[in-house]
Design a protein around this ligand. Sequence first.
Ligand SMILES: [Zn+2]
Length: 339
Amino acid sequence: MILAAKIPVTIITGFLGAGKTTLIRHLLLNAQGRRLALVINEFGDVGVDGELLRHCAAETCPADNIIELANGCICCTVAEDFMPAIEALLKREPRPDHIIIETSGLALPKPLIKAFDWPEIRARLTVDGVIAVVDAEALASGRFAEASRADGNAPAHDNPLEEVYEDQLLSADLILLNKCDLVSEARQHALKAEIAAGMPRPVKVISLRHGVVAPDVLLGLAAGAEDDLAARPSHHDAEEGHDHDDFDSFVADIAPVRDPAVFVAQLRDVAARHDVLRMKGFVEVAGKPMRLLVQAVGGRIQHHFDRAWGASEARTSRLVVIGQKGLAQAAILKALAAP
Ligand SMILES: [Zn+2]
């Protein structure tokens, strides 16, 4: 008897705002006949990424093949959330050709890769590749650098962002330096060299703009990452488990916005004042039939009307706000409530 071939799984990791959803969206729209299935893990229960991806669901990836896991980081909920999601996808008819997993921006990929070494999983699935998406501009601006490296004697990892960022790179088979439209070519070269220098094994780093890359580059790496765990070190290898205590998040329910330009200026001010890492959500603009999609990565804010509100849809304005521990929730809510 010939055993059915294992379904390849691609894990897409990368810090908050690196451009994972945009990358996957492009992949869905250019699937070249592959039947795809998606598992989307998002930090905070606003569900922006799932909503955006379901909206572009195509024949190659029907909405049924998209499963959202919003109950915290996927690395902490492998047994409770991830396994049932995978079981559900494996029952789909026809069977998916390829499964894509988008981890949350704070998730550590290694505990997830380890799950593919479990006997009941490894018999049916294989990790085709782990792809880390990096925000070139955030990297260039020192977002992930050790804050006190300059004084030469601070303990390692004063910056909790650096640890998550490094863990994501260390498990990767391919690194995508995204948002290269925001940095010079010379800077891209320097960033690539910096990334390569930090890797324990050679991994290709590709420059990207707006997540545009041919699917053949991403899929079919045949890495078999579950057989190769030792080559993917993590800052948490010596520990029993891990936590995400360095980060805080909350959902802000806000009033309808009167003027998007004023609102964006407010957000920019909040991001700068309170060192917010990420804000995203859908917002009602008074008098407009369409909803406003807002995406903030640090002080870089994008917004556009993405679609009309549905007739029976509640026009809620909600943003998920993510930052480091100690995030000033009350002050931020107050600033967002101000006219
Ligand atoms: Zn975790």
